[in-house]
Design a protein around this ligand. Sequence first.
Ligand code: BJ8
Length: 427
Amino acid sequence: MAATDWHQMWKNLGLDLAKHDQLLGVLPDIYKSVYMVPQKNRPQNMGFFEFVVGDIHGIRVKELVQAKADGKVIVGSFCLYVPDEIILALNGVNIGLCGGTNFSNFAVEGILPTNTCALIKSALGFGLGKICPYYAIADILIGETTCDGKKKAWEILANHKKVYVMETPQLKKRRQARAHFITELNDLVKALEKASGKKLTTENLKTAMIKISKKRAQLKRLYETRKANPPAISGKDALLVSQITFYDDPDREIEMIGKLAEECEQRVIKGEGVVPKGTKRILLSGTPQAIPNWKLHDIIETSGAVVVCEETCTGTRYFESTYEIRGNTTGELLERLADRYLSINCACFSPNDARMEDIKRLAKEYKADGVILYTLTFCDPYQYEAMTIEKELKKAGIKVLSINTDYAGEDTGQLKTRVEAFLESLK
Ligand code: BJ8
């Protein structure tokens, strides 16, 4: 069947068609070389996610065009601290807009300092370079005050698009931090009520909380199958699923991740895996890996190891914290949300000791042979923490390798050598 031609839709959204064609021209080859050629024995239900990535700016964007026509608000966000539940309850669709390639850097030259992390450059470049239909269709972008780079990036984006910034308290353990975050959530509700023309109610918020919790539960179920030896799914495939979850429809994700998890559970029962039993197992921890940033996973998994877990925002930080859905008022429900979000252990907050505990716990639960700390160049919060964590893990007898990189391919050979040497040391 011939692939649908989406050019008219992209044109209507104001994309730079020539540049966008270039982008979509290179993606299939990258995907093929990272996912299809080296990987064997993948779960069949990865077929759906493969289809989604193959049509990355097609059907889903069309759905959003329709959703917008039906009166929904399209929201672009860049951080786990922006609550999906509130957006969904207020008739919104939340799309994660973090970027995972340096293809878009051309658009931010002279606009962002060179020493800006690759994730911010990519995210802004996609928008300003007019090569992202998700950015183009968004009615409102929600930023947050996590790292300095992001805080300042919102000022730049605000020259081009409607941006609302929520303040995430930096010293989140302080007595006043919780109350402050709850006030911020209330203000976010007001901003989104204005944008959507809807009112937040106990019913619509509870319904949204149930749905988002179900989505996270399916991801958790899938991750559980990675604890098996051999794991039922590769790190690369699990990462792809997580990346797609940030912009796909939650109902469909519940269904499709559910099917994949079911298949992987069956594989575990039969002792089937993607790699031979006894393959070295890696826990990766650090900055989020936005689509299509598959670089480090690819290096690790083509060096004879398998990534069994990610302590990242595109990994366990996305789904591990939960809440009880109880409360008779929106205020009480917002408190549940505040507690849940404030328990995400991101390096942008201080102190963040609980992340250290998470890494040790996850290394044990997923039976990791070693931990790779992954930081993007110029990401101060995660680089600072990597130094302390490396020492702590060594003290605890856990093998660790710290890697600092960006989206460019130039250091791939050197990283591969370091990863191979690290894997050798795990024997
Ligand atoms: S909760 S990790 S999604 S802030 S890599 S832009 S921190 S300089 S992404 Fe993050 Fe929310 Fe935290 Fe998660 Fe800055 Fe670092 Fe760049 Fe980063």
